[in-house]
Design a protein around this ligand. Sequence first.
Ligand SMILES: [Zn+2]
Length: 389
Amino acid sequence: MSENISAYTAILKTYPKFKETTLSGRYITTDHILPLLNKFEDKFELSIIGQSTLNEFIYSIQLGSGKTKILMWSQMHGNESTTTKAIFDLLNAFYNLNEDSFLNEILDSCSLYIIPILNPDGAKAYTRVNANEIDLNRDANDLKEIESKLLRKVFDEFKPDFCFNLHDQRSIFSAGSAEFPATLSFLTPSMDPERRITPSREISMKVIAAISKDLYEKIPNRIGRYDDAYNSNCTGDTFQSLEVPTILFEAGHIANDYLREQTREYVLAALISGLYAVSTKTYELHSTLEYFEIPQNEKFFYDVILRNAIVNHEVVDIAIQYKEILKNGRIIFQGIVENIASNLAFYAHLQIDCKNNPVTLPDKTEISENVIVDEILFKNEILMINYEK
Ligand SMILES: [Zn+2]
């Protein structure tokens, strides 16, 4: 985006002006987005594409008048809301800054079809799966679920030139094997078991290379590439096999950002970058080699590691992973012990050196794997493990 880098930077500098402040945190449902969709209705085309298993409306919003058609959908996994927040920031940018030539260029050359929450029942229950406990991203072939059928119907009728498949990933991922979390990850799904680089796949690789280059300065070393093993029941693989360049965006973790408000901004930047690359065809300036140079995602992180703790008279490391739980309309993060061993070869977003002191549960019982550890007893003090404390 070099020739337009200043415009891109300028837009992101004004981010506080168009950030959608009514959406925050991890729990985002159709109830949260409906007032916003209604607000956009005077400039963009709002539609109901159908109803979910539990009869919630599934909305779409369309904008832009250009000939390159881009279909994007978020929250096909109900508990993956970061990209939904970024979509509303993006919609605000298009809604408010309509004098801005750089964004107008996107809307002049592209038509966007956006489904902000494909799985409203999962969003409400804060689950990955839909109300029938089916993973919609493993239902692209079978098309058993109403939500999968609706997405396929939109795909068949809209006939997109590009698909953006928007997700969140867990905090366990590193970008490569070094100590960097995968704050954003991308994938161009395979279209066959041989993982051939077909023309459509090559285009999506180049778009990802363009995004990765634009974002590198913001999140150096924190962009990963997902494994591209073919699975015909995954939506991205299916759409790619129909020769539509498809890009999987995965919002990930950085530092203490469990509410994914920082990552949300990087997702927004990635969306703008990707839309720009597609609308101007500047992705053609990039190579598939740049895509393969993005480090592959690895599972090298825990949320917390207590190093050099004495448990059962032995010096060990204790790895804790947060489980997200919906409680009274918000998400709480509950620490669960996942691994106890000496010298754990993992990274952690938070490490505490216990310096060979005993660590127990608050009632002085020994810590073991699979127990909940919101609090621990360390040097006769109660230490909160929950990141909010
Ligand atoms: Zn997902």
